[in-house]
Design a protein around this ligand. Sequence first.
Ligand code: PNS
Length: 170
Amino acid sequence: MTNSRPIVAVYPGSFDPVTLGHEDVARRTLRFCDRLVVAVAEASTQEKRHMFPVAERLEIMKEVFAGDPRVECVSFSGLLVEFAADVGARFIIRGLRAVSDFDYEFQMAQMNRELRDDVETLFLTPDIHFSFLSASLVREVAALGGDVSAFVSAPVRERMRRRFAGPGSA
Ligand code: PNS
């Protein structure tokens, strides 16, 4: 099959905050796609208490991928599959860390396929070192004063420092 259309993928998520595991999945995706749209969801399927508002998560994301012109960071609302089609993406990328992720991811992928059969969900596994890592655990460790520097990159660390340092320390 010959097809010269650029391969565009969407990597959606709450990214609250973006972890090194997310970054790893994004960089692995760039091995086979021409353009990656990292999409910060304004609303997630699962109820979550957020640490950073969407606008700040997006700012962080832009800082993280600032050096790579193939990556575009945006926020989105509404149905993911419609957003993906609007940006010309044929693929939705999701990270699968462990079997425990499977039920939720399988349901979403199947629902998304029912909604739009022309957008395919691809699952990538992160590096084994990140298989235990989740944004919710990072939030908890940070909120309790733990060191998260092995789990998130500098833009996230800086926002967390500001957030937990208290008034007057900005
Ligand atoms: O990082 P998360 O919270 O697991 O990401 C979930 C996300 C944002 C990908 C999912 O909730 C989503 O696609 N939301 C957009 C609304 C939508 O399309 N819902 C139907 C999904 S089957």
